[in-house]
Write a protein that binds this ligand. Structure first.
Ligand SMILES: Cc1cc2nc3c(=O)[nH]c(=O)nc-3n(C[C@H](O)[C@H](O)[C@H](O)COP(=O)(O)OP(=O)(O)OC[C@H]3O[C@@H](n4cnc5c(N)ncnc54)[C@H](O)[C@@H]3O)c2cc1C
Length: 389
């Protein structure tokens, strides 16, 4: 079943597409090759309300839902999946501040996050704590009305460029795992906060990835989101939406690649015929379109299940992320194949999208961890019947 979008939803979707066509697509290859973080283009996107899409409008958020956000990320990503993926992480951070922050924190941070005058970063992974995120060793020890923070975070998107770091750390015993985790905001410029060198990556080159290091960083206790011990829950709530957003970015990349492949098939001739005359390629295109549609429906369904606070939302998000990021990577690979040797050349842009989409199967929880989440309830026999129907 296709979703019956409202006129407003379609208007935002179309706005995102025309913005991406004009402001992302023509520059994406250059941003990739020169590893440019496109600050001006990001702030221009924020002018359309894309900096805090699903934050309440009280302090400048756009006040839309997750389904709206998914369609916006999908269309933005047709222009540049890497830049859009950063916008999606920034949105996840803004939502976490808006939802779990005190009124003072919301008043202070949301207006600048919404306009992207401030950029956000989500800091969970550590050098020795990836999939097992609860085993992180970064600590915050109380000193009067401050925390003293020590440790480090690995592979942080936006690190160095971002202004607001949402850091999951241990305010209790490290050995207590998730129960000891809290979420604290740290501003760039705070003494003792530093960054590693920019990682050299396969893709996602329009956004920096680096280590974030805390050396006796002193932060007011009032920068805590929620209560002490709630950090893991807050981190996972952010990631439900983050996974749908990343999946939506994969949809956009695949959409762009299919369109380009279909156009190319009608231009390129071999054996005296257009490529589009070969049934083997027609069938390939048909399968790509079918897989894109199936992925899209999963993403929209997962986004909708956050909007409606479905008891299955976490599993739905994990399923959509697992299925869509695998499927869309394969779609882009097939689009590259349809281009033959030209697909392998940088000027066509498809190899960039393939490199960008590869990491969607790894981050915000690997696709193996998505399978752990999906099967967990069924194995524990606590599954809501709806998962089996
Ligand atoms: C470009 C990039 C940007 C990133 N941005 C951020 C960011 O902004 N913030 C952030 O916090 N993190 C970020 N990450 C980190 C990312 O979330 C982690 O890389 C990811 O969660 C996997 O952790 P890991 O790399 O330590 O792999 P590991 O956890 O060491 O996993 C290695 C392999 O083992 C598998 N595996 C592990 N446990 C299990 C299990 N129980 N069952 C089956 N298989 C398992 C994994 O699926 C994987 O294939 C980013 C990573 C990259 C590459």
């Amino acid at each position: 079943m296709d979703i019956n979008f409202t006129e407003d939803q379609l208007a935002f979707r179309d706005l995102a597409k025309s913005f991406a066509d004009e402001n992302f697509a023509p520059f994406a290859n250059e941003w990739d090759q020169k590893t440019i973080f496109p600050v001006d283009a990001l702030r221009k996107a924020a002018e359309l309300g894309f900096g805090a899409i699903y934050c309440s409008d009280q302090y400048g958020g756009t006040g839309l839902g997750r389904l709206d956000a998914a369609t916006i990320f999908e269309q933005l990503a047709t222009g540049c999946p890497s830049t859009t993926a950063y916008i999606s992480i920034h949105n996840m951070v803004a939502w976490m501040v808006d939802t779990y922050g005190s009124d003072d924190l919301r008043k202070k941070f949301i207006p600048k996050l919404a306009t992207m005058q401030s950029f956000g970063a989500y800091c969970l992974t550590e050098p020795s704590a990836g999939s097992d995120a609860a085993s992180g060793k970064t600590t915050a020890v109380k000193d009067g009305d401050h925390y003293i923070i020590n440790g480090s975070k690995a592979f942080i998107s936006g690190a160095g460029e971002a202004d607001v770091y949402l850091v999951m750390l241990k305010t209790g015993n490290v050995a207590d795992g998730a129960k000891a985790m809290s979420a604290v905001l740290i501003e760039k410029g705070t003494k003792g906060l530093s960054f590693g060198a920019k990682e050299h990556k396969m893709g996602w080159n329009s956004q920096p990835t680096a280590e974030v290091v805390f050396d006796n960083v002193r932060v007011p206790i009032s920068n805590l989101l929620g209560q002490e011990g709630q950090g893991f829950k807050i981190a996972m709530a952010g990631l439900d939406g983050g996974r749908v957003n990343i999946a939506a970015c994969s949809l956009g990349g695949a959409q762009m690649a299919i369109k380009q492949a279909a156009d190319y098939m009608q231009e390129r001739e071999q054996f005296g015929k257009k490529l589009s005359d070969f049934q083997a390629l027609q069938f390939k295109l048909a399968d790509m379109l079918t897989n894109l549609k199936a992925s899209r429906l999963m993403v929209y369904n997962a986004a909708n299940s956050i909007d409606t606070n479905s008891p299955d939302k976490t599993e739905n998000c994990a399923m959509a992320k697992r299925f869509t990021t695998d499927m869309c990577f394969n779609i882009v690979d097939e689009a590259l194949q349809i281009h033959g040797g030209y697909g392998y050349m940088k000027e066509y842009g498809i190899e960039r999208v393939l490199r960008d989409l590869r990491v969607h199967r790894i981050l915000e929880g690997t696709n193996e961890i998505m399978r752990v989440i999906i099967s967990r309830k069924a194995i524990k026999k606590t599954t809501k019947a709806s998962l089996f129907i």
